[in-house]
Design a protein around this ligand. Structure first.
Ligand SMILES: Cc1ncc(COP(=O)(O)O)c(C=O)c1O
Length: 448
């Protein structure tokens, strides 16, 4: 088996794109030597003319796939009216989208603070929580990911081996946060078993809020499903317990649903799975229907903001709001929460069949269309299969499938293959994704 890329035409368009990009673009978030030039639905074409089945909805940003016709029409309609309105004014698209997000949100969440990036929305949530509680210290989880801006790097998990030297010289910008053991039932940080642990990991939040802070606690921030931390779902009861604890200390529970919402984990908001009504939910990634948009949605109690106190010139851009609103309306109309649950279960079932003959699959974890497959060298010791996962990624591309890779130590490592296809994916395309994955895994296992 050969995992090398096919030789590239040295004078071809793909090579030229790479060279010009190298000369002028500072790449962030890693470097894959592949230019993507055209996409439609769940298919994407690279600059060499190769077509791939996209099982990760373009960095889980295009939850309805590439160039959804109704989202494109909504953008055109908006463009025909007005393309930008400063956040100081009222804007129809911005208001309509906030109203729709509030209608669909759990509990008393009714006020939307828009941002542009996920990290910007996390900072917005931090800002609202700090000014309302008067505290400055947040409880965050080991293996959490909340962004890479100066405020959010401190919230994000940084393993010493993650990306060597990535935070060198930045320490003075990174305030200390209260980090507690995460939920990870496959690799419990407390060495417990789920049947008998009584969610001891959640109780560490209580300890931190009581004893871990210096300047007063400001909130508890959790992902409902740790994606970058290794595709790990919060166990049943965890979010409910975390919310009870936060309430007892009079600080908000802030659920970072930047990845988990918009039908990714099934329901529109991932918090719905647990039936909780948190004080804040953070949205991003797919929120703008493919355009840059993020938001914190919160209760009136946490929504005070003075003019000029916080915000971004492009926050709540009308084009992005129109595209996002069209996307959410389609999700409701076509009952895509149900599609995500149904197809997600189908994919997990098929993966479980593949697992039976596999040497490498250690665990499969799914919630809706948020699915992780953890690869280990030995099912007893659970030694992570880092190199094998890299080979698998390359083999998937050879079979025309694009999947992702993540933690438990992400960055240059990673032993969890991830599937996050468009939430309107058909049964047929989902079956093909798993089929191609199975073939690629067989190729890799044949070399072991
Ligand atoms: C859970 C979570 N929070 C925050 C972020 C940061 O989002 P952005 O990269 O748009 O700043 C991400 C991005 O991967 C994320 O997955």
């Amino acid at each position: 088996m050969n995992h090398e890329s096919p030789p590239r035409d040295p004078d071809g368009a793909a090579q030229r794109l790479r060279e010009e990009s190298d000369a002028h673009v500072i790449k962030c978030m890693g470097d894959v030597d592949m230019g993507l030039v055209h996409g439609q639905g769940v298919r994407v074409e690279d600059a060499d003319g190769n077509e791939y089945l996209d099982a990760i909805s373009a960095e889980w940003v295009l939850n309805l796939g590439f160039r959804h016709p109704e989202i494109m029409e909504a953008m055109e309609r908006q463009f025909g009216k007005i393309d930008y309105v400063s956040p100081v004014f009222e804007d129809e698209a911005r208001t309509a989208y906030a109203k729709k997000l509030a209608e669909l949100a759990p509990g008393a969440l009714s006020k939307v603070l828009y941002g542009i990036s996920g990290a910007g929305a996390v900072e917005g949530a931090m800002h609202l929580a700090m000014r309302t509680t008067g505290g400055t210290d947040f409880v965050v989880l080991d293996a959490a990911f909340h962004g890479r801006s100066f405020a959010t790097i401190g919230m994000t998990y940084v393993h010493p081996g993650m990306v060597e030297g990535a935070n060198k010289g930045l320490d003075r910008y990174l305030p200390r946060q209260m980090r507690v053991p995460n939920y990870n039932c496959y690799r419990c940080p407390l060495g417990l078993e789920r049947e008998t642990c009584d969610l001891a990991c959640a109780d560490t939040i209580d300890f931190a809020l009581e004893r871990g802070h210096i300047n007063g606690p400001a909130g508890v921030m959790v992902e409902p499903y740790q994606a970058n931390g290794g595709m790990v779902p919060a166990p049943d009861g965890y979010l409910e317990r975390a919310h009870e604890i936060a309430k007892s200390h009079e600080v908000p529970l802030i659920v970072d649903e930047i990845q988990g919402s918009l039908c990714r984990c099934g329901p529109m908001y991932a918090s719905e799975r647990a039936g909780i009504e948190p004080e804040m939910i953070i949205l991003g990634k797919a929120l703008g229907g493919g355009l840059p948009l993020s938001a914190t949605i919160t209760t009136p109690e946490y929504s005070e903001l003075l003019p000029w106190e916080y915000g971004f010139t492009q926050a709540g851009n009308p084009m992005a709001c129109a595209a996002g609103l069209a996307m959410v309306e389609i999700m409701v109309r076509d009952d895509l929460p149900a599609n995500s649950e149904r197809i997600g279960k189908l994919m997990v079932d098929r993966l479980a069949e593949i697992e039976k003959d596999s040497k490498l699959i250690g665990d499969i974890r799914g919630q809706g269309l948020m699915i992780g497959v953890e690869l280990v060298r030995d099912r007893e010791t659970k030694e992570p299969a880092f190199e094998e996962t890299d080979l698998l990624m390359a083999a998937c591309l050879e079979h025309g499938l694009m999947i992702g890779k993540t933690g438990p130590v992400f960055g240059s490592n990673g032993n969890v293959a991830k599937f996050k296809p468009a939430v309107n994916v058909s049964e047929e395309d989902a079956e093909e994704m798993v089929e191609l994955f199975g073939r690629a895994l067989k190729d890799v296992e044949a070399t072991l």
